[in-house]
Design a protein around this ligand. Structure first.
Ligand SMILES: Cc1cc2nc3c(=O)[nH]c(=O)nc-3n(C[C@H](O)[C@H](O)[C@H](O)COP(=O)(O)OP(=O)(O)OC[C@H]3O[C@@H](n4cnc5c(N)ncnc54)[C@H](O)[C@@H]3O)c2cc1C
Length: 490
């Protein structure tokens, strides 16, 4: 296994439970990949931040994983349901608390927006439920390898008209939702796949469906505890986890994989190699598979994220566990992130996660995670050089100013600020450009261009957010299930 992100660890656990002898090579000193953690010790006590995921959705896929590989989920992790899942603040000052009780959320929409908001959302919800039902089995839980296979599977999907692959998420929102604030809410879910709602498929309406139907969850102690639990499960199953072990190539002999070569020259022979590394890094740097690389390069890379970790004195009224502040001009955000030249978003959507958990911050303090969408790191026209001296500091100051504009000026309550740019994400996890989800879902062909779990090179398999079925914790865990089933038991 190359990489110990969530997908790599989940696949390792499943394969070991199936009798395979599994070694995981992770270049970083810690396992978990994007599911990272930063601990900051200060004179007033310790702050602990999740640097990646802050919201767990579709917990059933984790329950399946832990059940299938040993003791159940509830014996290893303490999941806390959230209400609201997120508090949304719109540019006109309206607030909506989204929750998993569908009737209640419709009532809240009526109260917040008036008109036919609740009824409109309900109609969209019914459509989204049909999309979820139509795609979960044939797409999210099944291997897909290229256009012909996807089309074959699409024929099995009873209701192609429901999925409407020719329509964008924006089109769908416009046909169901009259209130522009509700459209904004729907469109935000395109960013869960690193995409632009004006180009992402209507099928992504399944994302808010899954989030609100199955709930949004926190993990007591921080989401990072999921990585700890996965590492513990792998260890119990006899997986050898080698951190600080950089794979520099996937080796090929007689037309199939034969193992990996490590930095420093060591070799590990293997019948099967599973790459949890970003697919772009895999096919560009570790093993040349020209057809796979060509396909990958035709896709638009996903967006990245710029993160502030703030140690804040005192308590802030008005914040939920997750609070989202929408900007006045949502389109300008996607123009900046996906435009050429790409540029940091001047007035981005601000996403705050402030866990009410004593493990996160000392008493009388708060640990703020602030995330905004950002162009990926790099030197080309579609990227931004986030290592440019002064750029990250200036942008951090801009975000603090925007927070102040939106009613939360914490500048005189700050104990410290830590900045994580797309360049940091690339350095820490080898996600090329810090693109969180590998390729985006921009364009009707995107699903065809996402790398398959079975590589064209015999013996090489892919798992994780840059491969099928996509990024985000639940999909990555499904990816591990698909890959383990393709490999089969020992
Ligand atoms: C800021 C941020 C916020 C997010 N928020 C959420 C959220 O709220 N909810 C949610 O569900 N998801 C969220 N995500 C997405 C989620 O974190 C990812 O989709 C998921 O963790 C990716 O897992 P993965 O299996 O693809 O592995 P990755 O995390 O990409 O890990 C891959 C691993 O492979 C290792 N590796 C790469 N190359 C090599 C090599 N050559 N040799 C050895 N090791 C190598 C890397 O070091 C890394 O550890 C967020 C991500 C980020 C960055």
């Amino acid at each position: 296994m190359v990489g110990a992100g969530v997908g790599g660890l989940a696949a390792a656990a499943r394969l070991a439970a199936g009798g395979h002898d599994v070694t995981v090579c992770e270049q970083s000193e810690v396992a978990g990949g994007k599911l990272g953690e930063q601990v900051v010790d200060t004179p007033v006590g310790t702050f602990r931040f999740d640097t990646g995921p802050s919201l767990l959705t579709v917990p059933q896929v984790f329950a399946d994983l832990f059940h299938d590989t040993g003791a159940p989920l509830e014996s290893v992790l303490d999941l806390v349901p959230l209400d609201p899942v997120a508090r949304y603040r719109f540019p006109d000052g309206t607030t909506l608390d989204a929750c998993p009780d569908h009737d209640e959320v419709c009532r809240r929409m009526d109260a917040a927006f008036g008109g036919s908001a609740g009824a409109d959302w309900h109609r969209l919800w019914q459509r989204a439920e049909r999309i979820w039902t139509a795609t979960e089995g044939p797409f999210l839980r099944s291997p897909v390898s290229g256009a012909p296979a996807l089309l074959r599977q699409a024929r099995h999907v009873r209701d192609l008209a429901t999925i409407a692959p020719w329509r964008t998420l924006r089109d769908l929102g416009r046909s169901y939702l009259r209130d522009p604030r509700l459209r904004m809410l729907l469109e935000r879910y395109a960013t869960y796949t690193g995409s632009d709602p004006r180009r992402a498929p209507a099928a992504l309406a399944a994302v808010p469906y899954a989030e609100l139907a199955f709930g949004g969850w926190y993990v007591r102690g921080g989401l990072r505890r999921i990585a700890d639990a996965l590492v513990a499960r792998c260890t119990e199953l006899g997986v050898t986890l080698r951190t600080g072990t950089d794979v520099v190539s996937v080796d090929v002999a007689a037309g199939r994989v034969s193992g990996v070569t490590l930095a420093g020259g060591g070799r590990l022979p293997a019948d099967v190699v599973v790459a949890n590394a970003d697919a772009n890094h895999l096919y560009t740097d570790l093993v040349p598979v020209p057809a796979a690389l060509r396909r990958l390069r035709r896709a638009t890379p996903s967006l990245s994220g710029f993160v502030l970790l703030l140690g804040v004195r005192g308590h802030t009224p008005g914040l939920a566990h997750h609070t989202v502040f929408f900007p006045a001009d949502y389109d300008a955000e996607f123009d900046a992130v996906f435009g050429t030249p790409a540029r940091p978003v001047e007035d981005p959507t601000l996403y705050l996660s402030v866990p009410d958990d004593p493990a996160a911050a000392p008493a009388g303090h708060e640990a703020w995670f602030v995330l905004v969408n950002a162009p990926r790191h790099g030197s080309g026209a579609g990227a931004v050089d986030w290592t440019d001296p002064g750029r990250a500091d200036a942008y951090a100051a801009r975000l603090l100013e925007l927070l102040a504009d939106r009613g939360h000026d914490v500048r005189d309550r700050l104990l410290f600020t830590r900045i994580r740019t797309p360049a940091d994400l690339e350095r820490d996890t080898r996600a090329v450009g810090g693109a969180i989800y590998g390729t985006s879902s921009n364009g009707p062909l995107a699903a065809f261009l996402r790398p398959a779990n079975r590589s064209p090179l015999p013996g090489l398999f892919l798992v994780g957010g840059s491969a099928h079925p996509g990024g985000g914790l639940p999909l990555v865990v499904l990816s591990a299930q698909i890959t383990a089933s393709l490999i089969g038991p020992a």
